[in-house]
Design a protein around this ligand. Structure first.
Ligand code: UGA
Length: 438
């Protein structure tokens, strides 16, 4: 199939590269000429394991190309995917669809009859209808508009794309269903379930999935607070409930709150959709509140571990990206934590294996260390904020020697409390029975 992918952000770039790897002919389009030049030279705009090699091999085979020329990419395509950003609109929490609609107007000028237009961006319910209206206004009638939300995670994006739990296609006519089935055929051969639904249903499924995962995280974070108050261990509680197949073990890791470019944005957008529909969504609303509060509370947690005052103290921070295997700093729990500690007069020495460049754009007055041990050196406490693999096997005795204050605040429960204590550290995890502040 000949595919045009509009937008080379996370979703667009990974999907485009994977479609090319399935054997399709893919042209990725972006307005950002520096990005396109970079991609043509093999330079990735994001840090994602395996992406550079995948792009390179498919570009070399002539199946994947990059351009700023949207009309050229679209005019011969059988399917045009829209994977541009849908950020939170300032002020009202709704998804901003400016980029989506701009792309639709532009592609309407050149698109061939019979082309399937597919939204891959996360878009509110009814966006497909609006796209159809725009196309009709431009005089185009023989066009199918479908929704095919993407469920990949940053840091595991290629594996998620190639081995999905399911593929959701919202397509209301036989032609678009056939085209999407053909595009995804290599995955059906691997028995990935495909769910063909109405377009609005597919659009809502994406938000409902992210909102439910966000609920799960906020739920376990609140249980972690309760564990601290009643001297129970949230890790064991999570395992104890997660082994029940009806609950499932995933997304039950207590921590500093969820971040990233999806959960915070999509929960707000779901609430906006619900408001507009006049239907209250109290669980999601509370989840957003719990998460916002949780991120703020992490400052108190570290201050509590340091005896109630961090002014003049030096604090080492391990991990800044919103999660491991990415350099993405969007809505990262590290942001309110680091800023809160700096505001209270602490000196910070932070280390992240890949996010330093992005973090430098976000923080002022933070020192960047070259590794975990350098972050610990002469610090009064070391705080694990992001659970990068390389922080999972630190030499804790060496950390204890380097630290001035011997305090380890493990916001991701990476370490066993007993192991940390026997290395000479005072250990504070999340939801593991030790009460830090009241
Ligand atoms: C999320 C979804 O997991 C993907 O399925 C979806 O496609 C994507 O959003 C999207 O809408 O594009 P992502 O934001 O990349 O993916 O990251 P996740 O791995 O879901 O993590 C999100 C946040 O939740 C991170 O801050 C992570 O640390 C936190 N988290 C996750 C927890 O605090 N506890 C957990 O148990 C799991």
């Amino acid at each position: 199939m000949r595919i045009a992918m509009i937008g080379t952000g996370y979703v667009g770039l990974v999907s485009g590269a994977c479609f090319a790897d399935f054997g399709h002919q893919v042209t990725c389009v972006d307005k950002d000429s520096a990005k396109i030049e970079g991609l043509n030279a093999g330079v990735m705009p994001i840090w994602e394991p395996g992406l550079e090699a995948l792009v390179r091999s498919n570009a070399e085979r002539g199946r994947l190309s990059f351009t700023t020329d949207l009309p050229e990419a679209v005019k011969s395509a059988e399917a045009v995917f829209i994977a541009v950003g849908t950020p939170t609109r300032r002020g009202d929490g709704h998804a901003d669809l400016t980029f989506v609609f701009d792309a639709v107007r532009e592609l309407a000028m050149v698109i061939r009859p019979g082309t399937v237009v597919v939204t891959k961006s996360t878009v509110p319910v009814g966006t497909g209808d609006q796209i159809e209206t725009i196309l009709r206004e431009e005089g185009i009638t023989d066009i199918s508009v479908a929704s095919n939300p993407e469920f990949l995670r940053e840091g595991a994006a290629i594996a998620d794309f190639k081995h999905p739990d399911r593929i959701v296609v919202g397509a209301e006519d036989a032609h678009s269903q056939d085209v999407l089935r053909e595009i995804y055929r290599p995955l059906f051969l691997n028995r990935a379930p495909i769910l063909i639904t109405g377009r609005r249903t597919a659009e809502l499924t994406k938000y409902a999935a992210n909102a439910f995962l966000a609920v799960k995280i906020s739920f376990i974070n609140e249980i972690a607070d309760l564990c601290e108050a009643v001297d129970a261990d949230v890790q064991d509680v999570a395992r104890g409930i997660g082994l029940d197949n009806r609950i499932g073990a995933k997304f039950l890791h207590a921590g500093p709150g969820y971040g990233g470019s999806c959960f915070p944005k999509d929960t707000l957008a779901l609430l906006k959709t619900a408001d507009l529909a006049g239907v209250d969504q109290r669980i999601v609303r509370t989840t957003v509140e719990v998460n916002d509060r949780r991120k703020e509370q992490m400052v108190e947690r570290v201050v509590g571990a340091l005896g109630g005052d961090v002014a003049g103290k030096r604090i080492g921070v391990l991990g800044l990206a919103f999660k491991p295997n990415t350099d993405d700093m969007r809505e990262a729990p590290s942001i309110p934590l680091v800023n809160g500690l700096v505001e209270r007069g602490a000196t910070l020495s932070a280390f992240d294996p890949v996010a330093r460049e992005q973090a430098e754009k976000v923080f002022t007055g933070v020192e960047f260390a070259n590794d975990a041990y350098a972050a610990a050196e002469r610090s009064d406490a070391l705080v694990i904020v992001t659970e990068w693999d390389e922080f999972r096997a630190l030499d804790l005795e060496r950390i204890a020697e380097l630290l001035k204050g011997k305090v380890l605040v493990d916001l991701r429960n990476v370490y066993d409390p007993d192991e940390a204590e026997s290395a000479g550290l005072t250990y504070y995890g999340v939801g593991r029975g030790r009460i830090l502040h009241r």
